[in-house]
Design a protein around this ligand. Structure first.
Ligand code: SAH
Ligand code: SF4
Length: 415
């Protein structure tokens, strides 16, 4: 494994949960207003204070209260006494030779015995966009048979602020905040207009976890991320990927309102039961019916169907034709994902010619069928390979003992 550029941030001993002031970075509007109320800010001032803070935290990317020059000195000092603007801790940052970056992040401890859970976030720069792949849970309960994350034992939902925190860390690291020149005009409409194109233009919930099992967390995070006075990423540039939690899909359409991606991976229920065990509860027909009813679909607003290419398992011409038949009538894009192997998996990635043949059938039926280009191969930033570092090390050590082979990954760039 070659690492083109690697910066490993020093791992500081995390202060105990009790000693740590609560962070405001990542809070939604309601959370921020509540905090101000707890601080004793009079009700008539709260709205104004909340929008000042909002601007500094989410538009300017402020990392301390001192720099918030539109807020009075006393108020700044009171904020600093009680709160921080701390982000999730960067345990390590890896930069691939192709520009893909992967951060291992440690969340603030939740109690005296919690060291802080770890998750991964990946940035994939492309010619016309930059996509941040965020995690919604630590681990995943769904145990899809081809996915490394599903083998992780420790699972909890990330809080909305921990999801938003991933974007803040990435913007900090990429320097993706408005230029210093705009600071003089901070707080005015002019400042908002000066913000040029951002390095992070799209967000996909395709890291660790099943976003629709953390509905409230994802919903609040999307509200914060898409807020036009702050991070300003439109919902059309945010994609929530689900393995098929059918009952939550209508609610996702109505309440979250982002683009939708479905991890389909098979065209027959018997095979999908094996690959995505959730299929036993919500079979393909129900899943596709929920997709047909997803609000706002059109040719410009299509559902992405993800299909991981597994050698000899789901990659025949017949299955490609069946896929096209199944999706008839749904405005759809099909993303073919070369399988990313991980230690101990029983699957292999389909041969390149097979993937191309499959893609051609789908393409000839009128669907865009991009094969995701491997990204970040040298830093193990792969789709479905994300796993907390401690658990990964255990798995890697086991593999090395068993076979002496190292894990190799690819990241698939999201369309
Ligand atoms: N839990 C959600 C989102 C996270 S997984 C979901 O399943 O949709 C993001 C995508 O990576 C899914 O399409 C998933 O099926 C795919 N994936 C998981 N493991 C993979 C692997 N080893 N190789 C390639 N893609 C994988
Ligand atoms: Fe969970 Fe998605 Fe992995 Fe399945 S593919 S185990 S739903 S993260």
């Amino acid at each position: 494994m070659t690492i083109a550029g690697e910066t490993s941030a020093p791992v500081h001993a995390a202060p105990s949960a009790a000693a740590r002031p609560a962070t405001l970075a990542g809070l939604g509007r309601a959370g921020l207003a509540e905090t101000l109320a707890e601080m004793g800010v009079p009700a008539r001032e709260r709205r104004m204070r909340a929008s000042q803070l909002w601007h500094w935290i989410y538009h300017r990317g402020a990392g301390d209260f001192e720099s918030m020059t539109t807020i009075g000195k006393e108020m700044r000092a009171a904020l600093a006494r009680n709160f921080s603007l701390e982000r999730p801790q960067v345990v390590s940052e890896h930069i691939s030779s192709d520009g893909t970056r992967k951060w291992l992040l440690r969340m603030a401890p939740k109690g005296a015995h919690d060291k802080g859970v770890e998750i991964e976030t990946v940035y994939i720069p492309e010619v016309d966009r930059g996509t941040l792949c965020v995690s919604s849970q630590v681990g995943c309960t769904l145990a899809c048979s081809f996915c490394h994350t599903g083998t992780q034992r420790l699972v909890r939902n990330l809080e909305a602020s921990e999801i938003v925190g991933q974007l803040l860390v990435a913007r900090d690291s990429l320097g993706d905040w408005p230029a210093a020149g705009a600071q003089a005009a901070a707080g005015t409409k002019a400042a908002a207009g000066e913000a040029g194109p951002r390095l992070i233009s799209n967000i996909v919930f395709m890291g660790m976890g099943e976003p629709l099992y953390n509905f409230d967390g994802v919903k609040t995070a999307v509200e914060t991320i898409s807020d036009g006075e702050g991070l300003s990423l439109s919902r059309r540039r945010i994609t929530v990927s689900t393995s098929g939690v059918v009952p939550m899909i209508p609610r996702a359409g109505a309440e979250i309102g982002t683009m939708l991606a479905i991890s389909l991976h098979a065209v027959r229920d018997d095979l999908r039961d094996e690959l995505v065990p959730l299929n036993k509860r919500y079979p393909i027909k129900d899943l596709l019916d929920a997709c047909r009813a997803y609000p706002g679909l059109s040719n410009a607003r299509r559902i992405t169907f993800e299909y991981v290419m597994l050698k000899g398992v789901n990659d025949s011409d017949r299955e490609a034709r069946e896929l096209v038949r199944l999706l008839r009538g749904i405005p759809a894009k099909i993303n073919l994902i070369p399988f990313n192997p991980w230690p101990g998996t029983r699957y292999e990635c389909s041969d390149w010619e097979r993937i191309e043949a499959f893609s051609e059938i789908v393409f000839n039926a009128g669907y865009a069928s991009p094969i995701r280009t491997p990204r970040g191969r040298d830093i193990l930033a792969a789709c479905g390979q994300l796993k907390s570092e401690t658990e990964k090390l255990r798995a890697r050590a086991r593999l090395m003992l068993e076979s002496g082979i190292g894990a190799e990954g690819m990241f698939a760039s999201a369309d």
